[in-house]
Ligand binder design. Sequence first.
Ligand code: NAD
Length: 368
Amino acid sequence: MTNAYKIAILEGDAIGPEIMAQAIRVLDLLATHHDVAFELIKAPFGAGAYFDNGKAFPDETKTVCDNADAILKGPVGLSHEESKKIPVEEQAERGAILPLRARYNTFANFRPIFLSKEMAHFSPLKPEVIRDGIDILLIRELVGGLYFGSKKRGINEAGLRYVHETLEYDEEQIRQVLVVAFDQARLRKKILHNIHKSNVLMSSVFWNEILDEVHQDYQDVEVIHLLVDAAATALCLNPGQFDVMVMENMFGDILSDQGGGILGSLGLMPSACIGPEKSYYEPAHGSAPDIAGKNIANPYSMIGSVAMMLEMSFAMKNEADAVWQAMRMVFESGYSTSDLSADSDKITLLSTVEFGDHVIGHLEELLT
Ligand code: NAD
């Protein structure tokens, strides 16, 4: 019997539709080679959705997402100047991304920071630092903390304008993401780096208390504690020490972009946002308005998000592995996209669509 999956496709803004088009080609190809059918339903989401519908996350999109087996989301948002044309509450993060995360309680955000040995030259780090490549799984709590706490602005008693934002977690929110992180550590090298700021923040002290409790059930996993500021340095100086890292929402937002930096581009950062019933998949980066419409965006992050969806939502591990391999084969054959350093004259630059062409070519070989 053919497995049939409904996927909500939220193309997003700026480079979103360009990189999503390449991801859709991959899904279409898989459906022609395997006993699987994908029903792709496009729906508006982000800044474009606001301009067309007055809502960044319109009701019709909510219905499409509610009825889908998984959601594939392109990056959303506009440049700082363009964003100011949208009311603050409807700007992409507050109006679309955070409500999407809250709606499906996608509490565990998997952000692989991966560079194969053959792709190691893309990293700005020295070869003796990179050695055999980078392979880190950063797990970010995604529905709590400062981004979701209550917010207030006003005038205080001294007559000064002020802002108040709260960082809130309950024990269950922390426990659920730590369980996911320990499970992943157990499947990998059995080392978990816990990233926090317990020397300053009460929320980190509390986080670590819950971690000690969860650790009781994972005695085979070694926990290494690292303050978030030190972790930022360590990611640059010795990324090879990390395997699975876990942290709260804002720390993960910032450190995972640094992860893109040590790979050589945010265009190499896919991600999976996992909820108890529904998950969504998106590049970890933004909509890159500076390069939109130029056919130069790197679609690796979007196609990698498809691979994560295949494995994590549809249990199609072999197909996911083939997608990863096809993308690595493009780079290993001497090609690159323009975001990645290519100072060697042996490297040929590919456009967004050409990268897609090469991935499709390799995937066809791998699937037959
Ligand atoms: P960004 O991630 O869009 O871009 C940062 C830099 O990385 C830019 O130089 C960009 O060209 C480059 N880059 C990113 N993805 C690339 C790719 N696939 N290929 C090649 N180069 C790539 O960050 P920003 O400029 O700060 O944000 C732009 C917009 O995106 C803002 O509106 C922001 O709010 C939004 N944003 C959305 C998400 C999301 O949808 N999950 C995440 C972060 C930022």
